[in-house]
Design a protein. Structure first.
Length: 557
């Protein structure tokens, strides 16, 4: 009898768990004799009226014809001492995801797929603003077609054609495995056994070894340990210890020109700050005489954008979504970014840190407390420095629809200095991107260089500075990238400034891009003192000690 192709969706239950452990409440299993030892659950979901039936003002009789009904099926198959859940219809929604092995399907696909026959990739780029994308090709391609950055991207799902057609004719995988396979019901146990054997292989390391460099950590037990380590680290700082692996950063792409201040809530703080950083958060807690930091604080404290009177005027976020933390646990390196934990390969973590530590350094004047890059740049250009400030002096490259800034400062010894405040790595990513885009335009776009020279002439006229017109060659002169040094400068508070892991990765990639045409590069820390907070003004309708809803969390001065 000819076997047809059937689509299976398979999940692997964690060790020492039984089928009943993997189900959500209210689902009952019964013995299924079609597979030895198998169990099955069947049912329907829904039954209500679709929302559009009200919009159409359907009668009761008409509504009875369009009831929402969805069927589900779940089969649990025992193979090799493990349980596999095979779902049909909406069966997957009746499973508890935390009870199943993470990345099971992805690992099966990595081992099974022909590396030159990939069809789809789901990729996440972790940062303060995590980017997620799905790339698909019209025909089988290798991994280069999906523009995967092996040092930054996390592959959450892959689809393609297997090397062995007897295994499946198509596979796709995340936590679950989707496979199209010629079979009948009697082959179900064998299909699960074959998937498990493929999962156990390490063939993927031949073509996809980089996949293990950064992994999204989703094991509940490990996350709880990591959160405990984070809370203990903050508690130690509150009690007077010094650490250099704690940061605060906006979990969104943030406009650096915004004038909003920062207010920390959840412990009756009435002080607001010009910057979001860990030092201001710590200061706010100390001003309220907090002497310890608990899980309750971690779960209830929030960050608010406020105006000059301390009133909400923008975004608000949980403090847990803004914290950036790097820690070792059980010999592994983990990074918290935008509320998610990531496990970093030890060699990768060491490589990017070593690269940054060996980068050439330059010294730039210190910033003043409370300054962002715009204010700092405006003040520096007034000082007696041999810098020409091109901050906000935008030009439009040839054929482009958007403008760019060639640099924040231009020097006579051909340094292109780009400046950003280390409030978040999304800003830092913009800093490194600005440097690479500017470099590419300078090398490739002669007419754009003429526009830059016009800006230089304009600024010289405004400031009375001279000697900068000859730094950038015009369109008729060859641009020699090796004559120039791109300087990435970061404003940072604290005695031992550090860049978050993902910013280190972006820095290295930017340097590599700039090295192709021959640019030199350097890095500079711009020291910035911690800003003094302002006291939030209370209206008459507000009490002197307005409660944020967490009064029991406060230790009163």
């Amino acid at each position: 009898m000819k076997k047809n192709i059937h689509k299976l969706s398979i999940r692997l239950l964690k060790e020492d768990l039984n089928p009943e452990d993997g189900l959500r409440d209210g689902i009952a299993l019964e013995v299924w004799p079609n597979v030895e030892g198998g169990k099955i659950a069947l049912g329907t979901m829904g039954g209500g009226d679709p929302k559009w039936s009200n919009f159409l003002d359907l009668s009761k009789e008409q509504k009875s014809k369009v009831k929402n009904l969805t069927s589900f099926g779940l089969v649990f198959v025992p193979v090799s001492g493990r349980w596999f859940a095979v779902s049909f219809g909406m069966g997957h929604v009746k499973l508890d995801p935390s009870k199943f092995v993470q990345d099971f399907g992805l690992k099966v696909v990595l081992n099974a797929v022909d590396p030159k026959q990939l069809k789809s990739a789901d990729v996440r780029t972790p940062d303060e603003n995590t980017l997620q994308r799905r790339s698909q090709t019209s025909r089988g391609s290798d991994q280069t077609a999906f523009s995967i950055d092996v040092e930054r991207d996390i592959v959450r799902g892959l689809a393609g054609t297997p090397k062995d057609e007897t295994f499946a004719v198509r596979v796709a995988g995340t936590d679950s495995l989707s496979m199209d396979r010629k079979m009948d019901v009697g082959d179900l146990a064998q299909a699960c056994a074959d998937a498990y054997a493929m999962y156990a292989k390490i063939d993927y390391q031949n073509d996809f070894k980089w996949i293990d460099q950064i992994k999204h950590e989703r094991e509940k037990e490990i996350i709880e340990k990591l959160e405990d380590a984070l809370i203990s680290a903050i508690d130690a700082v509150v009690k007077g210890a010094t650490v250099d692996n704690l940061f605060l950063a906006f979990p969104i792409i943030y406009d650096p020109e915004k004038t909003a201040s920062i207010l920390y809530k959840g412990f009756r703080s009435n002080l607001f700050y010009p910057d979001l950083n860990f030092f201001s958060y710590l200061d706010a807690m100390k001003k309220r005489s907090k002497t310890e930091y608990t899980r309750h604080d971690f779960e209830t404290h929030t960050v608010h954008e406020v105006d000059d009177q301390g009133k909400d005027c923008g975004g608000r976020w949980k403090i847990s979504d803004c914290l950036v933390f790097e820690v070792e646990l059980d010999g592994k390196t983990y990074v918290l970014s935008a509320g998610r934990w990531y496990r970093i390969d030890d060699d990768l973590a060491k490589d990017v840190q070593d690269f940054f530590d060996k980068a050439p350094r330059v010294t730039l004047p210190a910033a003043q407390a409370g300054e962002n890059e715009e204010i700092c740049n405006a003040r520096l250009k007034k000082d007696e420095l041999d810098y020409l400030c091109l901050d906000r002096k935008l030009i439009t490259p040839t054929g482009a629809s958007s403008t760019i800034e060639v640099c924040d400062f231009l020097t006579k010894d051909k340094r292109l200095v780009h400046v950003k405040d280390k409030t978040s790595s999304s800003r830092l990513s913009h800093l490194f991107s600005q440097g690479t885009v500017s470099g590419r335009v300078l090398v490739l776009d002669g007419p754009a260089r003429d526009k830059i020279k016009e800006r230089v002439k304009q600024v010289e006229g405004e400031t009375g500075q001279t000697g900068f017109m000859g730094v950038i060659p015009d369109a008729s002169t060859k641009f020699q990238a090796s004559d120039f040094t791109v300087v990435f400068a970061v404003l940072s508070v604290g005695d031992k400034p550090k860049l978050p892991f993902f910013s280190l990765v972006t820095f290295r990639q930017a340097v590599r891009d700039l090295s192709v045409p021959g640019f030199n590069y350097a890095f500079a820390w711009i020291e910035k003192p911690v800003a003094e907070p302002k006291k939030k003004e209370k209206s008459k309708s507000e009490g002197a000690d307005e409660d944020d809803g967490n009064e029991s969390n406060e230790t009163t001065a």
